[in-house]
Unconditional design. Structure first.
Length: 244
């Protein structure tokens, strides 16, 4: 796992309560047996060097059975010593063992099909997550109806999902949608193939006043290489349009 240079981006949002909120966004770590402990430690130290209000990981933390990488996953808990860490499941997490992953990441907060309120400048921010679409194949609940209800609030709301196509669940409800999964195509020109299945490939989009960010993620899948789709660690600063 190579640690990329931090990318700082502004997201323009419609809810004033989100103004200047900073989120460190990781995705698609794809930790496997070949991932060395030093890389994990370097990632932790790197992330701790930045100022942010909380950290989110939008799925695919693992890329092999948990029993082979327990030590590496236990190290990740150090991220929660700085701020709260919220995450949702990705398809690889579900395939390789979500229950075992939850046990290892004991200091993280899993937002699959639930919400969590976060206090920011004496205002309440509503964080909502949903389990990956892959969960249905493993008889794991994916509660779209419940999530839709959790999103229906006057509070400032941030929605987390693994796949970009889940943005539709939050339209006219959330002000921010964060996801991953695509790897930005990982190797050009495979991004064109990804676009056949996902509405967004990489970076910032705006749909009906909802700010969307799709992370390229940190790790790789299939081939340990990237081309014209660099890995990302992103510090997102939310800027309210209603604040001078």
């Amino acid at each position: 796992m190579k640690i990329p240079k931090l990318e700082k981006l502004n997201l323009f949002v419609t809810h004033e309560d989100l103004h200047n909120l900073k989120i460190l966004h990781l995705s698609d770590l794809h930790i496997n047996k070949k991932t060395d402990n030093l890389s994990i430690e370097l990632l932790i130290d790197y992330c701790k060097g930045f100022k942010y209000d909380f950290l989110v990981i939008t799925g695919d933390i693992i890329d092999c059975k948990v029993k082979y990488i327990k030590e590496k996953l236990n190290l990740l808990n150090k991220l929660a010593k700085k701020t709260k860490v919220f995450y949702i499941s990705g398809n690889h997490d579900i395939f390789y063992g979500l229950e075992e992953l939850k046990t290892c990441l004991k200091d993280f907060i899993l937002l699959d099909n639930i919400n969590q309120e976060f206090e920011y400048k004496n205002k309440t921010v509503n964080l909502v997550g949903i389990s990956d679409r892959f969960s249905k194949l493993f008889n794991i609940q994916r509660e779209e109806g419940k999530v839709s209800t959790l999103l229906e609030t006057k509070q400032a709301t941030i929605f987390l999902a693994h796949q970009p196509k889940d943005y539709s669940l939050a339209l006219d409800k959330a002000q921010v949608f964060l996801c991953g999964h695509t790897h930005g195509g990982q190797i050009f020109p495979f991004g064109y193939f990804v676009k056949l299945f996902q509405p967004f490939l990489s970076g910032i989009y705006y749909v009906k006043d909802m700010a969307i960010f799709v992370s390229n993620g940190l790790g790789t899948w299939g081939i340990n290489a990237r081309f014209k789709a660099p890995s990302q660690i992103t510090l997102l600063k939310l800027i309210s349009k209603g604040v001078e």
